[in-house]
Design a protein around this ligand. Structure first.
Ligand SMILES: Cc1cc2nc3c(=O)[nH]c(=O)nc-3n(C[C@H](O)[C@H](O)[C@H](O)COP(=O)(O)O)c2cc1C
Length: 258
């Protein structure tokens, strides 16, 4: 069964609520879903000043090295001036070793978001695509097809777009995700799992698995396939950015620029 991680950052809980619907949608499509949060980077006193609630106990933290265990990811985070919060950027900043080995190459990823007023709901996702491009990951947008009545609904405020599901939290954060927004999040989970499961199977042989911690294996690369992926012919199919780039940077002793 394909296994997907829903990776969230949420200050006030709107994203956490949407994440649970995305998870239900993934499970309805016959795949496994696990919800995580990235580590908080704001100091405790700042969190108190902005009246941020405690993080939920039932959502574990995820670290970069855990990503190899999943067949794909749905990232959920609120906007910060039309871009991703630094907590999410920090996670990607710590994926250098995964990038150097091509460990996330061709893994599918989608996004959902939350905005105070709707301002930046699309740019927040668009501005994050660079992470996927550099890893060679495949962006799976929500699109219009399956969520057409929800996304095109102009009878009520709603925070989704073809880039991904979303909610409008209100400028004081008091609005909670509506039934329409929750349904859109569910549809995104379902649609993501359907396409990502198809992508995961044939691409298994493409993953180079060298960075999983000892004793752990990638969800997408059984032992024989991993061996095969290390052959010269497989490496030749890959972009400069994977194993070969790591090798040449080792030789020159230089840093690896993504
Ligand atoms: C530093 C900062 C910048 C923000 N920038 C925007 C923005 O550009 N547009 C907007 O609509 N909301 C903005 N917001 C509001 C957040 O998006 C809102 O608090 C969030 O969607 C709530 O989601 P959460 O409950 O999951 O934390 C900003 C909030 C903060 C703290």
């Amino acid at each position: 069964m394909a296994k997907f991680a829903i990776i969230t950052y949420s200050t006030y809980g709107h994203i956490t609520t949407l994440a649970k619907e995305v998870a239900k949608g993934i499970e309805a499509a016959g795949a496994e879903a696990e919800v995580f949060r990235v580590p908080e980077t704001l100091p405790k006193d700042v969190l108190e000043l902005i009246h941020a609630p405690e993080k939920p106990d039932d959502i574990p933290e995820i670290k970069a090295e855990d990503l190899t265990k999943y067949d794909g990811f749905v990232f959920g985070f609120p906007t910060r001036y039309g871009a991703a919060p630094s907590q999410i950027t920090s996670l990607f900043d710590s994926t250098g070793a995964l990038w150097a080995t091509g460990a996330l190459y061709h893994k599918p990823a989608g996004f959902f978001t939350s905005t105070g007023t709707g301002g930046g709901k699309e740019t927040t996702i668009r501005n994050t695509l660079s992470f996927l491009s550099h890893h060679g990951m495949i962006y799976v947008p929500l699109g219009y097809a399956k969520a057409f009545p929800e996304i095109t609904n102009v009878e009520e405020v709603q925070g989704s777009s073809p880039w991904g599901a979303g909610t409008v939290a209100g400028s004081d954060g008091s609005r909670v995700p509506t039934a329409l927004e929750l349904k859109t999040a569910y549809i995104q989970g379902q649609e993501f799992a359907e396409v990502a499961t198809k992508l995961a199977a044939p691409l298994k042989t493409g993953a180079t698995e060298v960075s999983a911690p000892a004793g752990e294996t990638s969800a997408s690369a059984p032992a024989e396939e991993k061996k095969a992926s290390a052959t010269e012919s497989e490496d030749a199919k890959k972009p400069e950015t994977s194993a070969s780039a790591a090798k040449s940077s080792e030789k020159s002793g230089c840093c690896v620029i993504v």
